[in-house]
Design a protein around this ligand. Structure first.
Ligand SMILES: Nc1ncnc2c1ncn2[C@@H]1O[C@H](COP(=O)(O)OP(=O)(O)O)[C@@H](O)[C@H]1O
Ligand SMILES: [Mg+2]
Length: 243
């Protein structure tokens, strides 16, 4: 009974400055996802609580602000941002909020809700890097051998071959599952990457999360967390995951 939220309080939008929406009349905590109802729109706009000021709650939208006006009703969702995960995510392309982009319908089957804000493990409980990770690219394996559990940066100017190398590793590495986050890429590069660099056999064992450069800042930020959460889900099921 203590945990039950029986009465759903709704508040009102009082002010919008830039990407910040001020709401009065709700009692929500940082990270909680609220729904802003916009008249005439079939779906409410989701927004996350990012702060408080002078008795108002400050929200940042997980989408477009278009249509929001003073007095729009706001309902706290009661929890942090969650996405649908399941084995059936393999081969799918999602947006920065974990929703399908590929027109293949919702993530059905036994999909379950998974929190996006997972906690990093205690450093003393992390496994040490003792095994070789075969990227499947001979030049890298021979000269720049990688380890399972390692984090690796690939930095270069545009057109040098980052996407091509990423696609090769996704296709030929020894990982069971690839989770590929395309954050801040140009819109036209996404299909190029999926069709040319990744190819059908690469996509079959991958989940792609694409939050392109024109998306709101919070969606691009969430895209990186969504990809990490999907990788954590497959890791928890005993898979070797390449993120
Ligand atoms: N190892 C390579 N040898 C020759 N050409 C390559 C190699 N890797 C990539 N390329 C070519 O370079 C171009 C740019 O590669 P791309 O992966 O899109 O770059 P980036 O993602 O760094 O902008 C592509 O036309 C690709 O075919
Ligand atoms: Mg590229």
């Amino acid at each position: 009974m203590k945990a039950a939220r029986l009465l759903k309080l709704t508040g009102q939008v009082t002010r919008v400055i830039g990407l910040t929406v001020e709401v009065q009349g709700i009692n929500a905590s940082i990270g909680e996802v609220c729904e802003i109802a916009v008249p005439g729109e079939p779906e409410a706009i989701r927004a996350e609580v990012v702060g408080f000021r002078d008795g108002s709650t400050l929200l940042m939208p997980l989408g477009e602000l278009r249509g929001i006006h003073q007095g729009c009703s706001v309902t706290p969702g009661g929890g942090s941002f969650k996405i649908k995960v399941g084995e059936q995510l393999l081969g799918r392309v999602l947006n920065g909020l974990g929703e399908p982009l590929d027109g293949l319908g919702p993530v059905g089957g036994h999909a379950m809700d998974y929190p996006v804000d997972g906690r990093p493990p205690n450093p003393l409980q992390r496994k040490r890097i003792t095994e070789v990770f075969a990227t499947g690219v001979r030049a890298v394996d021979a000269l720049l051998t990688c380890g399972r559990g390692q984090r690796l940066g690939i930095f270069s100017g545009s057109g040098v071959g980052k996407s091509t190398l990423l696609g090769m590793i996704a296709r030929y590495s020894s990982a069971d599952v690839n989770v590929i986050s395309l954050t801040g890429e140009r819109g036209r590069e996404v299909l190029d990457f999926i069709e040319t660099d990744l190819g059908p056999e690469g996509l079959r064992r991958s989940v792609v999360v694409a939050a392109t450069s024109e998306q709101p800042a919070l969606v691009r930020l969430k895209g990186a967390f969504v990809a990490s959460a999907i990788a954590e889900y497959f890791r928890d099921r005993g898979k070797n995951v390449l993120l």
